[in-house]
Design a protein around this ligand. Sequence first.
Ligand SMILES: Nc1ncnc2c1ncn2[C@@H]1O[C@H](COP(=O)(O)OP(=O)(O)OP(=O)(O)O)[C@@H](O)[C@H]1O
Ligand SMILES: O=C(O)[C@H](O)CO
Length: 523
Amino acid sequence: MAAALQVLPRLARAPLHPLLWRGSVARLASSMALAEQAWQLFESAVGAVLPGPMLHRALSLDPSGRQLKVRDRSFQLRQNVYLVGFGKAVMGMAAAAEELLGQHLVQGVISIPKGIRAAMERAGKQEMLLKPHSRVQVFEGAEDNLPDRDALRAALAIRQLAEGLTADDLLLVLISGGGSALLPAPIPPVTLEEKQTLTRLLAAHGATIQELNTIRKALSQLKGGGLAQAAYPAQVVSLILSDVVGDPVEVIASGPTVASSHSVQDCLHILNRYGLRAALPRSVKTVLSRADSDPHGPRTCGHVLNVIIGSNVLALAEAQRQAEALGYQAVVLSAAMQGDVKSMAQFYGLLAHVARTRLTPSTAGASVEEDAQLHELAAELQIPDLQLEEALETMAQGRGPVCLLAGGEPTVQLQGSGRGGRNQELALRVGAELRRWPLGQIDVLFLSGGTDGQDGPTEAAGAWVTPELASQAAAEGLDMATFLAHNDSHTFFCRLQGGAHLLHTGMTGTNVMDTHLLFLRPR
Ligand SMILES: Nc1ncnc2c1ncn2[C@@H]1O[C@H](COP(=O)(O)OP(=O)(O)OP(=O)(O)O)[C@@H](O)[C@H]1O
Ligand SMILES: O=C(O)[C@H](O)CO
């Protein structure tokens, strides 16, 4: 809430161009009020998936304190618990686990993004920090979400811990998004640098996280079930905070405790698709050629319990409750938004336009063709279980303002060398789309934010826009198309009104993909 309240002074500080004064002071006040509500909802979404509360929901001790309960399973405790973790959210998870397990926790190793501990200390988020004499050793690495030497050291320490376990031990594995980059252990002769280059190339060519992680698994000692195998014969419980659409345990952080079902053919197919097969380093070819006849045999994970403890669905459900409390008809469109960022922006822009007709039927609005175009776009994006009809019906009922909520991750094809992230790029593109439609009768605000608080390699979590974005940008001499062509959305939003449209939360300590909020309010 404190952060939400920061919006008003920040907006008030933004330079007001004369154009804004001419006839739109009331609209500005309305945008500010909407922006504040958007912040509140975003914060409530993030709050619902903070590591501590989630871990406590998933793990408990029985009254004797000698049994650990995880869902419907129980594990004997006798100072035999070890812990490893990797990902953007695992420090808070480890802190909560250590507090719960007390003396039963023997030792732990976690790999977290560089700077996250200091950021949490600065933000005074004590609940995310390990206690001074913690048994958990912390490694920080993977700057900019890329595997590096520090992350490699962490991965080797994690492997060593796992390999030393016996059948009497229980290994708790804490997993969250960003885990892949924080657990690099390439199979020799592949080097860290080669893996880094391949990962970067695949991401820049727009490979999906499923594709990226299929390749990562094939080249890794610990991913694709490798960690579980290293820990055998210990029992393994993985507590997973999902940052992937649909919560597939084999994809999140490249599934270190899930046997990989992919073959070398799958990998070659992906590398072909992005034109990277011909230029593969010899080492990668060597490892791939050996993969189908792995001398250690297939990785088995019968001794593992994988549990999803938090996801985008949970975050959206909380934001939906908040929206309803604020008087909105709130509909969750989907927690699985994916596809090209341009199509997704068109979808949201057209949805706002079609919404105008439904919310204010007396005005001429979207045509039948535009309605059909919206459905075509939705089909093209292939979003599973998209609640588009429910959203349109809710608007048509005319029971007041509507808030549509969604979660997921669009894909950005990087063409320029600008600074930005998925959320800021999506918001900027939606802003550009909104100017195409006459939305005069309703107030519209779109917000896109990464729940981890860091959108791409920038300090912002995301941004929000209204249909006035184009005129605001023009008033400051900012050409949206040029910024978009260079994937430079962060620079754009920093310059626009002194950064007033940016979301700054700092690292949140959690990570369940992105949140999209579309507010539609009849005037
Ligand atoms: N200049 C840019 N403009 C738009 N998007 C960008 C830009 N630079 C990077 N990105 C996108 O940001 C994403 C990487 O961001 P980030 O480091 O937050 O990773 P992430 O996908 O959220 O990681 P994880 O899934 O591990 O949480 C990539 O999808 C990339 O396409
Ligand atoms: O670490 C990763 O692989 C991504 O964040 C998806 O979980």
